[in-house]
Design a protein around this ligand. Structure first.
Ligand code: GLY
Length: 269
């Protein structure tokens, strides 16, 4: 998940994969999961990689009535101990939220919790943080009402928000971009305008990757210079090595089949 800085990543929430995952929404990267056992093996490896990097990982039980429930990133926006619970942008995903909200409220005692309401819609996957700057994707899942609620929270916290229009061929902002460190954005060249992220602070940069490696641009930066990266994206891998990072490569073919990427499967709290 992309709304915390590297130094704030010590605990991760994930959720197990139900048998019903074969019915997960899929129309961007994937055409639907085909192998639930493999999906579970890949998810176990993902949780282990987070643990090996020193994080405490909690796995919520799956819910057979919620085929997409493994993609917890969309269900909460956690910023500096504040939690925004969005109304998810797809109606079939609304009922995934209560156990995640209950868990966060219990574990983040004292956190300020805001609940989105009315016509506002947002998936957490539309938010990206680079240090003190936040980016939000205006997408098929996140509307102007949702963006306004995020903007109000960020104004209160004194952070800047920049809006990026997500092209029709992409699901979320984090489907096409990530911040493997607090200074680097990875994004596919040609998918977004070159000035999409605006002027960045000194020392920060956008690394534009080949458009064929769009999926690989979703990475998870972890403490100790480690970065989780999907298997099969050599240009992204080489860029991470060039940046003196330590890539941990994971096969996530069954996440991709359900339109999910690495960041989709965790919330850092
Ligand atoms: N399958 C992930 C999503 O569409 O929300």
């Amino acid at each position: 998940m992309a709304t915390v800085r590297l130094d704030q990543k010590s605990r991760a929430l994930t959720r197990a994969i139900p048998e019903s995952y074969h019915s997960a929404l899929a129309k961007f990267f994937g055409s639907g999961p085909t192998d639930i056992n493999l999906a579970r093996e890949q998810h176990n490896a993902y949780c282990k990689a987070l643990e090996d990097a020193g994080l405490e990982v909690h796995v919520l039980p799956e819910d057979e009535n919620q085929p997409d429930c493994v993609f917890v990133e969309d269900q909460a926006v956690i910023i500096d101990g504040h939690v925004l619970l969005p109304v998810p942008g797809h109606p079939s995903r609304v009922n995934e939220q209560p156990p995640i909200a209950d868990f966060l409220i219990e574990k983040m005692g004292g956190a300020q919790i805001c609940r989105m309401s009315g016509d506002a819609r947002m998936d957490g996957g539309d938010i990206l943080r680079l240090g003190d700057i936040f980016f939000v994707g205006r997408s098929s899942r996140t509307n102007d009402g949702g963006i306004k609620e995020l903007e109000d929270l960020l104004e209160h916290l004194n952070y800047e928000l920049r809006i990026i229009d997500i092209p029709d061929g992409a699901l979320h902002l984090t489907s096409i971009a990530s911040t493997p460190t607090d200074e680097i954005i990875l994004a596919p060249k040609g998918m977004l305008p070159e000035d999409a992220f605006g002027e960045l602070p000194e020392g920060s940069q956008v690394c534009w990757m080949p458009i064929e490696e769009t999926y690989g641009c979703n990475t998870i930066g972890l403490p100790g210079n480690k970065v989780l990266v999907a298997e099969g994206y050599p240009a992204v891998l080489n860029k991470l090595i060039e940046l003196n990072l330590e890539p941990i490569i994971l096969d996530v073919s069954q996440f991709r089949a359900g339109d999910g990427s690495l960041t989709c499967c965790s919330l850092f709290y």
